[in-house]
Design a protein around this ligand. Structure first.
Ligand code: ATP
Ligand code: MG
Length: 406
């Protein structure tokens, strides 16, 4: 039996579907139920009856043992963070991050010199916040070595140990402090923790863009991110990661629209934040090292909003849909939303994307040879077709072409 575990026998996890999944059961069986506990976000979110996505596991077994046991039962094991004790078990529906109980003997940002331990309380104390040091066994019984349950009830995000030291070890904890405050809807931020984040905010400059991006998008995905972002703005923390951003009004308008439609789109929220402060999408995409897909989507939002702002007649939904595609058209509706957002969104979802009825091959049949002239003729006809409300038929367009040639 593990030593020194404080057992909360009265509590069992509310939203525990994930505990019963066959994938979860096979991980438990492979490791042995007495040698493992679930920990972190899965336990925290389950206790709050929030959906559980990624599952973290703490185990008494060393990484080589974890790998051998997973492989022995045919579960794919990836040595994702072997040196600090983490093995990722990849199953069909999800992955499990399995980490050996450890003590961070020395910490330098995201890297630490670790020592494995069989003491669950030592493992708990190297974690960031009390609510993230809640463990649950395979039956859903919760273990609470550091008072995480009462902080979860607060809710309050409380650093484990001295907040200043914990931030000096890893400045990402500043962003995790605000992200979790936003996710849990914290009303009264822990003042000691806040003071430490403010006084150590310069350390944010030491973080990689990738770590900042991940936390920022998670913060923006929270149900009400604006209150936390406001605190971060007033404390001068936001500008350490997003220079030039201080006005949250663009984001606030989008949040109202998204709330009405019961949707949440962190990337669109990021756009509202950038564009509400006159920022350049390209600059922020590069600074945050967004993926190609993400930066392309932000760039499309920028273009479509510009087009729509330029001339009211260009706000024609069909034209936006044809030129930029359905996702950008939807984004544009949210970002420029008026009272009629719901109606316009419905219109968009039922609207077919117009198909230009002419092709290069057809122009070639009319005597055009491959090259610049053909491209130009096609583009001119397409422009006329768009301006005419996508109504001209192939025949009418070919007639038009003949008139031009005559
Ligand atoms: P989510 O999965 O919703 O992003 P999480 O809290 O599970 O939230 P993970 O990054 O999956 O976040 O980390 C799992 C656990 O590892 C955390 O709950 C916490 O106990 C610990 N942890 C993660 N990052 C840190 C950190 N920077 N400092 C200390 N402990 C951390
Ligand atoms: Mg997690």
């Amino acid at each position: 039996m593990p030593r020194k575990m404080i057992v909360e026998t009265a509590i069992s996890i509310k939203n525990a579907d994930w505990l019963g999944l066959s994938e979860t059961r096979s991980i438990v069986k492979a490791l042995g139920s007495e040698r493992m506990r679930f920990v972190g976000g899965a336990v925290r979110d389950a206790l709050l009856a929030r959906p559980v996505t990624d599952i973290d596991v703490a185990t008494l077994l060393e990484p080589v043992d974890v790998m051998a046991r997973l492989e022995a039962v045919g579960i794919k094991a990836v040595a994702s963070g072997f040196s600090h004790g983490t093995i990722t078990a990849v199953t069909d529906s999800r992955s499990f991050e399995i980490t050996t109980l450890r003590k961070d003997a020395e910490t330098f940002g995201r890297h630490a010199r670790v020592e494995f331990t069989d003491d669950w309380e030592i493992d708990a104390s190297r974690r960031d916040f009390t609510i993230n040091a809640l463990y649950a066994d395979a039956e859903g019984k919760v273990y609470d070595p550091l008072g995480g349950m009462s902080d979860l009830a607060g809710p309050v995000i409380r650093f484990i140990g001295d907040a200043f030291t914990r931030i000096e070890e890893d400045a990402l904890r500043i962003l995790r402090f605000f992200r979790l405050s936003a996710e849990l809807g914290v009303k009264d931020i822990d003042q000691g923790g806040l003071k430490a984040t403010v006084e150590r905010k310069h350390l944010l400059g030491t973080l990689s863009s990738e770590r900042i991006r991940n936390e920022l998008l998670k913060l923006l995905a929270a149900p009400e991110p604006a209150a936390c972002l406001m605190v971060m703005t007033e404390a001068g923390i936001l500008r350490e990661i997003l220079p030039d951003i201080s006005d949250l009004s663009g984001l606030r308008s989008l949040l109202i629209s998204e709330d009405k439609q019961k949707v949440c789109d962190p990337l669109r929220r990021l756009y509202a934040l950038i564009c509400g402060n006159g920022g350049s999408v390209q600059k922020f995409s590069e600074a945050l090292k967004l993926s190609r897909k993400e930066s392309d989507r932000l760039a499309a939002m920028e273009k479509v909003i510009r087009l729509m702002a330029g001339s009211p007649e260009k706000q024609n939904l069909e034209e936006v849909l044809y030129t930029f595609g359905r996702e950008a058209a939807r984004d544009a509706l949210y970002l420029t939303a008026g009272q009629d957002l719901g109606v316009r969104l419905k219109q968009l979802e039922t609207q077919d994307i117009p198909i230009f009825p002419l092709s290069g091959a057809e122009l070639k049949a009319c005597g055009y040879s491959e090259g610049e002239a053909l491209g130009k003729a096609l583009a001119t006809l397409e422009g006329k077709w768009i301006r005419g409300g996508f109504r001209a038929s192939k025949k009418a367009l070919l007639n038009e072409l003949q008139k031009q040639q005559a």
